[in-house]
Design a protein around this ligand. Structure first.
Ligand code: NJP
Length: 235
């Protein structure tokens, strides 16, 4: 028996990286899962509701949430994790890059929370965990649009906290530094970036998510910021 036993969680971007690590750790704590990604991977987790779901499309998000609630009888936790990044000088980014970062990181978070929230409120003990970033706490070089998208996530989640506290729903921004995932090694900082050797693992981040979710219900963690020892503090 764990504190999370029997809870139901929706995780976006669950097919790999941080989302997959969170899914595996929550499954190990006997949480029932809904898993959203474009590939629809169920990670081999028994009883998980997994289907292809592009978080840019609110109808697909609504359909997945409905399927999760139907199968598991409710929804208690949303981990808004799906995210993409393209780094470089602002003017070198294409309009498609701009749209994708805003649509996946910002709108995808809004759609997931919008669809799930009535169920969280009904349950009376909900949790919204947004996987934001250090890039949502400060401006970083050559990450202007990614930072804009992550500041938006952080602002949304912080503001929502005011609105939801009385309903017993907690809101947390998880803000890691570099994590060794496809995102960081391919689309993000690039394989030659000097912080790569000491990067954190997806499981390191998932452990923080589990920590946040297992705090006693008399308090909530608004934001967690943590970084690899190899990363500078950047002021
Ligand atoms: O990335 P990656 P991470 N609709 O690429 C999914 C933040 N973060 O785990 O759709 C639905 O391994 C994709 O699945 P698929 C970062 O900003 C990271 O590192 O099948 N799902 C996959 O499961 C992001 O918010 C670092 O391709 C979509 C997942 O998203 C979060 O952590 C540092 C989708 C991406 O897995 C997870 O990133 C930091 C869509 N339209 C914050 N598009 C870092 N890694 O260094 C993508 O501070 N996905």
């Amino acid at each position: 028996m764990t504190e999370l036993e029997g809870k139901v969680a929706l995780i976006t971007g669950a097919s790999r990286g941080i989302g997959a690590a969170v899914a595996r750790q929550l499954a190990a704590a006997n949480v029932k899962l809904g898993l959203a990604s474009r590939s629809g991977d169920d990670l081999g987790i028994e009883h998980a509701v997994a289907r292809q779901c592009d978080v840019r499309d609110p109808r697909q998000v609504d359909a997945l949430v409905a399927a999760v609630v139907e199968k598991h009888g409710g929804l208690d936790i949303v981990v808004a994790n799906a995210g993409v990044g393209a780094y470089g000088r602002f003017l070198d980014l294409s309009p498609e890059h701009l749209d994708e970062m805003i649509d996946v990181n910002v709108k995808g978070t809004l759609y997931a929370v919008r669809s799930a929230l009535p169920h969280l409120v009904r349950g009376g003990e909900g949790d919204i965990v947004t996987i934001a970033s250090e890039a949502g706490r400060r401006g970083l070089p050559y990450e202007a649009v990614y930072c804009a998208s992550k500041f938006a996530q952080v602002g949304f989640t912080r503001a929502l906290d005011h609105e939801l506290r009385e309903s017993g729903v907690r809101c947390t921004n998880v803000c890691p530094g570099g994590v060794a995932t496809d995102f960081a090694l391919e689309a993000g900082r690039g394989r030659t970036h000097d912080v790569l050797p000491g990067m954190m693992s997806a499981d390191d981040v998932a452990e923080v998510v589990v920590f946040v979710l297992t705090r006693p219900r008399n308090h909530r963690i608004l934001e967690t910021a943590f970084r690899p020892m190899t990363e500078p503090s950047w002021g």
